[in-house]
Structures are given as C-alpha cells and as structure tokens.
Design a protein. Structure first.
Lengths: 275, 278, 250
C-alpha cells in the first residue's frame, strides 16, 4: 500500500481565484474602514464645524472669492522695501543656519563625531527639533524674546533650516570614502587638515546643493513670517488684510510669487553649475 | 615622454595656482556674495554688537517666563478635542491633496502628459502655484472667504499638499523607465492604460514615500493653521500669545512637539514597512 | 643600519575580535626593498598599517629610526608619520583636487593651519613638487583633476606625494594590485628606481610573488598572522612558498 508521499496541492485556477478572493475581501474590508474613518472625520471637521449659514450660498462664496481678483497698482512702490527685506531675511537666515550646521553636522555624523554616546544624540535631537516646529512657531518665540523686526525672522529661518541642512550634510559625511582620510593621516596631517583635504572636497557639491535648495524654500518662509511680526512682506500682507484691501492682498501675493520665481531660477542655475 | 626616464625639459618649471580668468571670476563671485551679505546686515539694522547679549536675554526669558510650562492647561478635554481635530484636518488635507495629485502630477510630467502643448504647462503652473503660496497664506485666504472653522483649514492643506506632492510625483513619473510604457502602447493600449500598467507599478513604492512625506508636512502645518482661524490647536496658541500667557504657550508648544514626534515615529515605521514590501 | 625593528607584534581590529597578527618579528635595513607576501587575510595590510599606527597594535614593539612607535603621544606620532611615506592600493588621492594639489598635500605634516586654509605652500615645496612630477612623467598633467587620470597615472601621483615628504622609509600597500600587469611592472620599476636614487628603504606588501622576487631583496611570508619565512630573496624556493600559501592551495 503506497502512501501518497506528495501532499502538496496542485496549483489550480480554483486555488488562485480563491486566494485572490480572500485577499480582495481583506482589501475591501480595510478600504471600508478607511472610508468610514474619512467620512467620520469629514462629518466632524467640516460638516459640523462650519457655520453654513454665515457662509451663505455658493454664489456668496463666489462673490467673496471675486473680491480678491484685482491688483492694487498703487501699492507696488510700497512693496519694494519689504520685498528686499524678505529676500535679505532669507539670505541671512540661511547663512546663520549654515553656521549653526557646522557643529551640528560634525556631531551628527557617526564617523567623525567626537564622543558618540553624547554628541551624536544631541545633534540628532537638534535636527529633529528644528524640523518638527513650524517656522511660524519659531518666529513667535523669537519675536517674544528679541522683539519685532527682521532679526527674529532671521533667527527663525536659521533655526528652521538647521534640521534639513545638517541632516543631509551628516549623511554626506557618513558616505565618504575613507581612503583619502587615511592618506592625509599617513602624511602627518592633523584633524583640521584631514577635514579640509579629505572630507570637505568629497561632500562640497552635495552640501552646497542642499544649502541652495533650502535657501529657495526659505524665501517662501520669510514672506509669511511678517504675519507674526518678523519683518518683510508678511507685515504688508497683514495690514492689507486688516484694512480689507483685498486687491492689495492679491498684489502682495503676486510680489511673493515673483520673488519665489526669482529664487527658483537662481537656484536652478547655480545648482547646475556646481554639479 | 618616457614615464621612467629623467626630465627632458630644460626650462625652469613654474606653476601658479591662480589662473586668469577662472580664479578671478570665482573670487569675484564670493566677494560679491559677502559684500551683499554685509549690506543686508547694514540695511536691516542688525545690531551685531547687541547680538550676544540677546542670547543671555533669551535664556533669561525662557527660564523665567516660559518655565514651568502649564501642563494642566493642555491636559483638559476641550484641548484634546482640538488636538484630535488637528489630526483629522491634517490627514483629510493630505488625503484630498494626494487624490488631486494623481491626475495633476500625471499631467505635469513631461513624458506622460496627454498634451505637451496645452495640458502640460497648465498642470505645471497649477502645481507650482499651489506650492509657491505658503500654506498659511492659503489658510488666511480661505478663512477670509469661508469664515472661521476647519473647512478653510482642510482646503488650505489640500491646496498646499496638491502642489507639494504634485511636484514630487511629476518628477517620479519623469524618472520612470519608458520601456514598459512603450510595450503597453505597442499592444494598442491608450494613455490611461499605459499609465496604469506601465507607470504605476514602477512608482508605487515612491508614491508611498511621497504620501508619508506629505502627511508629515501637512501635520506640521495643521498644528499652526489654527493661529489664523482655520481650526485646530493653533487657535489656542493664538489666544494665549495675545493674552501673553507664556506658560500656557510653552505647554502648547510642548504638546505640538510631542505630537510631531509621535507623527515622525509613525512615519518612520510606515516607511520601513514600505521598504520591506518592496 | 637598521631603520625599522619590529618585535613580537600582535594586532587585532577590535579588542574582542580575532587576532590578526600573532607575533611578527623582523628588521629592515636602510638599503632594503623589503617584501611582505602571503595569501589574502594573512595580515599583510594590517602589518603595514601598524607601522605608522593607522591600526593600533595590541602588543609588541616597533622601533623606527630609534623612536618607539607604539608609545608615541599624538603630536610626536604626527611627526613620525611625516617621515614615513605611504603608497596605497587604491591610490587614495583627493579626486576633486588637481594633481599639483594632491602632490603638495604630501607636505601637510610640515604646514601650519593657516597655510592649510589658504593652500599657500612655500615656494620650495612647489618647486620640489614640480621636480617630482617631472621625474614621474606627469609634468603635463599638473592642473588636471585627479579623477581625470588613468590608474597608472594616479599611482604615479601617489608616488610623488609620498616622496614629497622626504621620507626616511616608504610603506607600500599592494601598490600595483589595482593596475593591469604591464603598468604594474612600470610602476614597480619606477618606485624601485626612485627609492634607490633617493636612498629610501621600502617595506612593500605584494600580492604578486613574481613581482616580489623580481624587485625585492628580502622577503617575509605571512600566513594566518604567523610569520612563515624571513630572509633574503635568494633563499625563497618553491617548498617555502607552498608552505606560506598552503591555505590557498586548499
């Protein structure tokens, strides 16, 4: 009497279809749960919370939108100084951020951090903190501490940028080829010489690219920091909204867009010439 | 030149690091940048001499006015409701934004757009426009049109996420290997089918990454849109800032920090799961 | 005269890891072209790196030029390294920098921090560098980026860089393993020629036994961290070779 030695089921279409049906049931189940979740959220956040009466009909909404369409040409000459201010805040903020990044990236790179159990976690924490807090919150904090004007804006931008730049730089440092480091040590080089000759040339293109990328984003951020008192176009925006000069608001937005466009163009060209 | 031989040149060997005009241009550019930055400092009236004193003042303010943070204030039920609402706003905004990104990013990609002359530039413009306008400006605009509440918040986040994810998505599509797409086209598939079977499988993983990144950014923004009336815990922030209740502000900031860190941990886990599934 | 004396050297890569070198003893005279041969993993690279303490020995003694390498403090270690030139298997050049800058980097041990920042090397160094580049046949490539050169050319830059230090000894870590056979021979020939001219003893880690017997006057053979042979090249024969490479044959 021979036992069936092979008990493996033959792969038939039935089995495949059944498996697909099972996975589809699971998938549908998950989808239904998600849809229910979304529907509940929409109910709670939008439907319940919105003051439908005050909002009025769709026509009212359209009319409200229409108020914004138009340009206040008289405002343009008053925008020149704030625009320059916004641009400068972005530049100085990025510069300060890069300066702070030097120790942050040094501590945050596993291969060159001076005292791994202490300095590495500190650096990582700094980077996470910087990226987790919105620039408006940073601006609020710095305005409270150093007063109104461009300075808190610069600090806010600087602190906000540290996270990204330091993280990318630390990763670049961790990826370097250790060969040149060995070579400079063998020649009798000290730590500074190893840094300048072996580490920096390897990471420079990447780090510069990251800095310019973040500079471009910072222009966008600087434009709104004025909303909380940190200088630049944001302040003009705030004033225009408060005086219900909707066309003025649109004009400021156009100025901001123009500045961002400029930043993008410069960033694109410079990054291409670095690589 | 004999590689193992002795010198065959008789003239004295000279070398200088400075090659005109390359070196001149490089140094000139750097000097221009530095002069410009110095001018910025001048123009904005930055008091460099008082700068270091400010750090002392900062530490002082932190220690006296922001400490101890009023933790009880944020533990109360009503605040928690606002926190939940902030989370809901964030993922609704991210979700709707990602839904809109799928067609928009597709149209904004140079290789897969239905029409390079008409659809592509328009899609690109929309994406860039949504992205260039800061999420706070979107929030203020929507609050102005629709009144206070969470609807403007969700809309603002949606528009922002559309621009943000749209750019990344379009770039992913442009980086795709066109081989499978050509194969699909040659079987007679139309653009949509080529997209679905040729492109989507290749970008599925990247799209998950973009989705997670978008959620991260949306959540960070959601915590603050309430400051301008668009719902969520930002409203509490504004109230306490205006009333100069600094200890409560400190507590709110801590709550924001904790939430963002939790969100980051969840994102990191989700990203790892996505990596595994690849 | 003995320039390098290694006594009972033991080394491992980490305190809990396996021991790579298990008691190596040999001497290098100041007119030697000394070879270290052995199968992969025998510890040849580790031995070379112990000499200038790129790898810390766990026990044993290394006396170079009457200095006890193993006990030197940091500052004096740097000065010791100035006197030892190293030529690497993977060249280890600074890829984005020019050939000239790479050669000049050989003088970093003698250059102060301020000069380093501005890469302002003294005139004598520049002249010396130019002469060396001429001697290795790369005078026409002075301003090229290091990564624009071929493998053989890059190693020649490495040779020039090592000799810029006016070293008292050269360490060579498989200098030709990354080059094809014809270029390998040329480069080894160039190194031997210049070392003899400048009267610099060499301690060379070689994978190719034929090159070793051709260019070197003394050989030590390592196997699994032990020294299996130590003597002049003439004494090396097939039996002793088989003993060293026994593992590989298996």
């Amino acid at each position: 009497m021979t036992e069936e030695v092979h008990h493996l089921p033959l792969m038939t279409s039935d089995i495949i279809l059944e498996r697909r049906r099972n996975s589809r049931i699971v998938q549908t189940g998950v989808c239904l749960v998600l849809v229910a979740l979304v529907a509940w959220s929409v109910q709670v956040t939008i439907i319940d919370d919105t003051d439908w009466e005050r909002m009025g009909s769709f026509a009212n909404v359209l009319e409200a939108t229409n108020r914004f369409i138009g340009i206040d040409f008289a405002l343009f000459k008053d925008l020149i100084v704030p625009t320059i201010e916004t641009f400068m805040i972005a530049c100085l903020g990025t510069l300060l951020g890069v300066i702070i990044c030097i120790p942050a990236a040094w501590f945050g790179a596993m291969n060159i951090t001076p005292f791994k159990p202490v300095t590495y976690p500190i650096a990582r924490m700094m980077m996470t903190l910087s990226r987790s807090i919105h620039e408006i919150v940073w601006a609020l904090f710095f305005v409270a501490v150093v007063g109104l004007g461009a300075l808190p804006g610069i600090f806010a931008i600087a602190v906000r940028s540290v996270g990204f730049i330091a993280k990318m730089s630390a990763e670049a440092i961790e990826d370097i080829d250790p060969g040149p480091v060995e070579a400079i040590r063998s020649v009798g080089g000290n730590n500074l010489q190893v840094l300048i000759y072996a580490i920096l040339p390897q990471i420079l293109p990447q780090v510069l690219g990251v800095i310019i990328f973040e500079w471009e984003i910072n222009i966008r951020r600087s434009a709104i920091l004025g909303l909380v008192g940190a200088g630049g176009l944001g302040l003009v925006f705030f004033r225009q909204m408060n005086t219900f000069n909707y066309h003025g608001v649109m004009t400021v937005i156009i100025a901001v867009l123009g500045l961002i466009l400029l930043g993008e163009a410069v960033s694109h060209r410079v990054r291409r010439s670095i690589i | 030149m004999n590689p193992n031989g002795t010198s065959t040149t008789e003239a004295p060997l000279v070398w200088s690091r400075y090659k005109f005009p390359d070196t001149f241009i490089r140094y000139a550019s750097w000097i221009t940048v530095f002069v410009f930055l110095a001018y910025c400092i001048e123009y904005l009236n930055i008091p460099l001499d008082r700068l270091f004193g400010m750090f002392g003042r900062m530490g002082d303010t932190l220690a006296n006015r922001y400490y101890p943070p009023d933790i009880e204030y944020i533990m109360d039920g009503e605040y928690m409701e606002y926190v939940v609402e902030t989370i809901q706003m964030a993922y609704l905004g991210a979700l709707f934004g990602l839904i809109m990104t799928v067609p928009l990013g597709w149209c904004a990609s140079y290789n897969m757009t239905p029409s390079r002359r008409y659809v592509y530039p328009v899609a690109r413009l929309i994406t860039m426009g949504c992205r260039a306008v800061h999420e706070m400006i979107w929030a203020i605009l929507f609050v102005s049109i629709l009144g206070f509440g969470m609807l403007p918040g969700v809309l603002a986040l949606t528009f922002f996420c559309t621009g943000f994810a749209g750019k990344l998505f379009a770039e992913e599509i442009e980086a795709v290997d066109m081989g499978p797409v050509e194969a699909m086209r040659s079987t007679g598939a139309n653009l949509f089918q080529a997209m679905a079977f040729g492109v989507f499988p290749q970008i599925r993983v990247a799209f998950t990454g973009i989705a997670i990144y978008t959620w991260d950014v949306a959540f960070r923004a959601a915590t603050v849109v309430g400051f301008f009336g668009a719902g969520g815990m930002g409203w509490y922030l504004k109230r306490n800032v205006l009333q100069i209740e600094t200890e409560r502000v400190a507590a709110i900031l801590i709550s924001i920090l904790v939430l963002v860190m939790i969100s980051e941990a969840v994102s990191a886990w989700a990203r790892n799961k996505a990596m595994e599934m690849k | 005269m003995t320039i390098l004396k290694v006594t009972d050297l033991h080394a491992s890569y980490s305190t809990s890891g396996p021991e790579i070198l298990k008691g190596i003893t040999f001497e290098v005279e100041d007119n030697d072209f000394f070879a270290i041969i052995g199968p992969s993993g025998a510890g040849k690279s580790t031995l070379i790196r112990c000499i200038n303490r790129l790898v810390e020995p766990s026990s044993g003694e290394i006396i170079f030029d009457d200095r006890n390498v193993t006990t030197l403090p940091r500052g004096e270690l740097r000065m010791l390294r100035r006197d030892i030139g190293v030529i690497f298997q993977e060249f280890n050049l600074i890829n984005r920098m020019s050939v000239m800058d790479n050669v000049l980097s050989g003088r970093l041990g003698y250059t102060g921090n301020l000069r380093t920042l501005f890469r302002a090397f003294p005139r004598e160094d520049i002249d010396h560098g130019l002469r060396l580049l001429d001697r290795v046949g790369l005078i026409d490539h002075v301003d090229k980026r290091a990564d624009e050169l071929s493998g053989g050319q890059r190693q020649r830059v490495g040779i020039a860089r090592a000799l810029m230090q006016n070293p008292k000894m050269l360490l060579l870590d498989e200098p030709t393993s990354a080059l094809d056979p014809k270029i390998s021979r040329e480069v080894m020939g160039l190194i031997k020629q210049m070392a003899t001219e400048l009267k610099v003893p060499c301690l060379c880690n070689i994978h190719d036994v034929q090159l070793a017997t051709e260019f070197c006057n003394k050989i030590i053979g390592l196997q699994d961290g032990y020294m299996k042979f130590n003597g002049p090249t003439e004494d090396m024969n097939k039996e002793k070779l088989d003993e060293i490479y026994a593992m590989e044959v298996l």
